[in-house]
Design a protein around this ligand. Structure first.
Ligand code: FAD
Length: 399
């Protein structure tokens, strides 16, 4: 029998965990494993709010793929996927010949969900990847540098963050940490800077523990953050945002963190999707395609307890990748596959370098202790990717 071909799309949490699992479990020549990713590095999405605010260099949030994979067992192709042809069992790439597969793992992550807000894609910035966060950081700094040169316009030092979910809150927390240094550098009194977090829901971190939310809001307000809750943004313009009811906030920097949807390539493949995400079966496979596994932000897994989908997180993507690797090995060896069961270990949101909130197991955590827990979670990801050597190489700034 010909050696089965496994193609993994995306070197994010889901794709990399699949590949790392496969390279550990598979014998040489048991399968031909190919990983495709548009960059030659993995970016640690859960750290991107730091380089976006300029509190850490972007390089801290990325790892070369060749430092993670075993090239004797996994072939890496740096290229952009342009189409997934399910009927032909082929993946089309921008620069290389199409790849054929026996098993396909889709881990292409997400795209911003704009909820139809006019002008958002054109005028806002997004915390998406290394390139986008470098731009946000440079943009903020450039706006601050213009302040004294352009008549001390308030909009130059007004930053609007749209969305007060995890990404929005983590970014605002980093901005709080960054402001003193940035204000000193450009001779701007800190109290002149406006950091405005706008959210359509009536609370920040909707669905999160109210006591922890209260802690976060008080910490932010003490540090000069203005919240606009129950306030949908109706339009994003070149000058700022227009809120429901018509109020305009002039801001030279608007960063949208209000939600994600699945990668559009998944929708375009013809698979049935909800907000670009595929409702997968118990083995994380696409309906009608037992050879196609959809993981991470492109997948939709329902919590049986409340019949609601789990939110897209690195935590679930990582566990899906681990499950998928086991099941691919089982499929190749003619064994039994294991259903995916999500084990929610907890949730921690950073509010800056020294502040965080979270629930781990049944314990609530605030402040410094939670911030340390957040670092431990990041170190664990490095450990899963490359053991202690990876922790020592890439994790020093987290310790
Ligand atoms: P990703 O990690 O996004 O990986 C997708 C990969 O596919 C990327 O490498 C991308 O370059 C590649 N790709 C995409 N399109 C193409 C293409 N056409 N061709 C080739 N390659 C392509 N989750 C948590 O659990 N905890 C947190 O604390 C947390 N904090 C977050 C903070 C921020 C600022 C953000 C933005 C997200 C955070 N998340 C957090 C969510 C988490 O990062 C995502 O749920 C997770 O990254 C999803 O993993 P994934 O493997 O599906 O996709």
């Amino acid at each position: 029998m010909a050696t089965p071909k496994i193609v993994v799309l995306g070197a994010g949490y889901a794709g990399l965990m699949t590949v790392v699992g496969l390279q550990k479990k598979l014998n040489y020549n048991e399968a031909e494993v190919t990983l495709v990713n548009q960059n030659d590095y993995h970016y640690i999405t859960t750290l991107l709010h730091e380089p976006a605010a300029g509190t850490q260099p972007a390089d801290h949030a990325r790892i070369a793929i060749r430092d993670i994979i075993d090239e004797n067992k996994v072939k890496f192709i740096q290229d952009r996927v342009t189409a997934i042809k399910l009927d032909q069992k082929e993946v089309h790439l921008a620069e290389n010949e199409p790849l054929s597969y026996d098993y396909l793992v889709i881990g292409l992550g997400s795209a911003p969900e704009t909820f139809g807000i006019q002008g958002l894609l054109e005028n806002a910035m997004f915390i998406r990847n290394i390139n986008s966060v470098r731009m946000i950081n440079q943009h903020i700094e450039y706006m601050f540098s213009k302040y004294h040169n352009e008549g001390q316009r308030q909009d130059l030092i007004t930053i609007v963050v749209g969305g007060a979910g995890f990404t929005g809150i983590e970014f605002v927390g980093e901005l709080i940490d960054r402001m003193p240094e940035l204000c000193r550098k450009y001779d701007i009194p800190r109290e002149k800077v406006r950091l405005i977090n706008i959210e359509a829901a009536p609370t920040v971190l909707p669905g999160f523990d109210p006591e922890l939310v209260d802690y976060a809001v008080k910490y932010f307000e003490r540090n000069g953050v203005e919240f606009r809750l129950s306030t949908p943004i109706e339009e994003c313009t070149e000058d700022g945002v227009i809120l429901k009811g018509g109020e305009e906030i002039k801001a030279a920097t608007v960063v949208w963190t209000g939600g994600v949807r699945g990668n559009k390539l998944v929708e375009e493949s013809g698979l049935e999707t909800m907000r670009g995400r595929v409702k997968v079966d118990e083995f994380l496979r696409a309906p009608g395609h037992p050879e196609v596994f959809v993981l991470g932000d492109s997948s939709l897994v329902f919590n049986k307890e409340n019949e609601r989908p789990y939110p897209p997180t690195a935590q679930i993507a990582t566990q899906q990748g681990q499950n998928c690797a086991k099941n691919l090995v089982a499929a190749i060896r003619g064994g039994q596959m294991e259903p995916f069961v999500f084990d929610l270990k907890g949730t921690v949101a950073s509010l800056g370098r020294k502040e965080a909130i979270g629930i781990v197991g049944k314990s609530k955590m605030f402040g410094r202790k939670a911030a340390i827990m957040k670092r431990i979670i990041e170190l664990r990801w490095l450990y899963l990717l490359g053991g202690i050597p990876m922790v020592l190489r890439k994790g020093r700034h987290l310790i």
